[in-house]
Design a protein around this ligand. Structure first.
Ligand SMILES: [Fe+2]
Length: 326
């Protein structure tokens, strides 16, 4: 079974892809589905898109693809280049290292100033519900890739076009939609790891959250014997060794790690690593707040393993133990 999807190599990490075009016929974007959506909220969907620089002379104020989604939420890692983001009456310069989080009902548009690696994870997002399946057929039978009948199956839904957006230009720090690990909602320093809350659950209609772990070399984690939550990690920078169902795999810069529910697993950090949990089903933000509160206010209870176990259960934390390898 494949656990690591290296986005540096689309030939091995994309199961299929779909191209879009500028009015002049140049390719505007190429989207590759890495992992399909799962369950009623369509969690865990990972779509890697290469957005191309908009042709010279294009009017930014007109050509920023303004739209909104009725139900869909999108979170994008900006892993190269830069763009103008238009969102709810703001225009913001966004660059490599930033994360863009767009909520249902928010008008938004993008104008790519350079080629951008635009890595998306979503929920409740039925924009192209059959993209993964159609891409799979096109990848395996290239002779059908341009068949109008196959392309028609890749129907767009929840994507409502708007007139060009009105805006005031603001710096990224003043725009709620632009996140960066350097300015998390909250951060918690533990031994060998700093946990950062990047997107809160309330910014996702309660469905999920996005947290980032900045981990030092030698940091280790072991999960429950049969973890009740599926893990989908994005190793944005660094190097980590995972052991998943007895198999050792290495994930470095720009790798997705997909670990099925119940699969026994552990991890050892080899180089300083910035890693995100994409599924967002563990209530890390609440857990870490409660854990810290307990430690500060009720040290006796904090030192009782049964209290910590109960807290983990309450917030779907499946990490059994953490440590530093000597
Ligand atoms: Fe969108």
């Amino acid at each position: 079974m494949k656990f690591v999807y290296d986005l540096k190599d689309p030939a091995t990490s994309w199961s299929g892809s779909a191209k879009s075009y500028f009015p002049n016929g140049q390719i505007s974007s190429e989207a590759g589905s890495v992992l399909p959506p799962e369950g009623e909220h369509g969690l865990y969907w990972m779509l890697d898109t290469l957005m191309n620089k908009v042709p010279e002379g294009t009017d930014i104020d007109i050509a920023h693809m303004p739209h909104y989604h009725v139900r869909g939420y999108e979170t994008f890692f900006v892993d190269s280049g830069s763009l103008w983001l238009f969102i709810n009456n703001q225009k913001v310069f966004v660059q490599k290292g930033d994360i863009v989080h767009l909520q249902a009902g928010q008008s938004h548009g993008m104008f790519f100033l350079e080629d951008v690696k635009w890595r998306g994870t979503y929920h409740d997002y039925e924009v192209f519900p059959e993209m993964h399946q159609v891409g799979l057929v096109a990848a395996n039978m290239p002779e059908l890739a341009d068949d109008p009948e196959l392309k028609a199956l890749n129907k767009g839904m929840d994507n409502i076009k708007l007139e060009p957006l009105l805006y005031t230009e603001v710096p990224a720090e003043q725009c709620l939609a632009v996140k960066n690990p350097n300015r998390p909602w909250a951060e918690y320093k533990l031994d060998g790891v700093t946990m950062k809350v990047i997107v809160e659950r309330w910014e996702n209609g309660g469905t999920k959250e996005l947290c980032c772990a900045v981990m030092q070399p030698g940091f280790t984690a072991e999960w429950d014997k049969y973890p009740a939550v599926r893990d989908e990690f994005y190793v944005r920078k660094g190097k980590v060794k995972f052991t998943i169902m007895g198999q050792e795999v290495i994930a470095d810069d720009e790798c997705i790690v997909n670990i099925p529910r119940f699969a026994p697993h552990s991890m050892e950090v080899l180089e300083e690593t910035e890693m995100y949990e994409l599924g967002g089903q563990t209530y890390w933000s609440l857990f870490l707040q409660q854990y810290t509160s307990l430690k500060m206010r009720f040290p006796e209870r904090f030192n009782d393993p049964a209290e910590i176990d109960a807290l983990k259960k309450k917030f779907a934390v499946t990490v059994k133990s953490i440590g530093i390898k000597k």
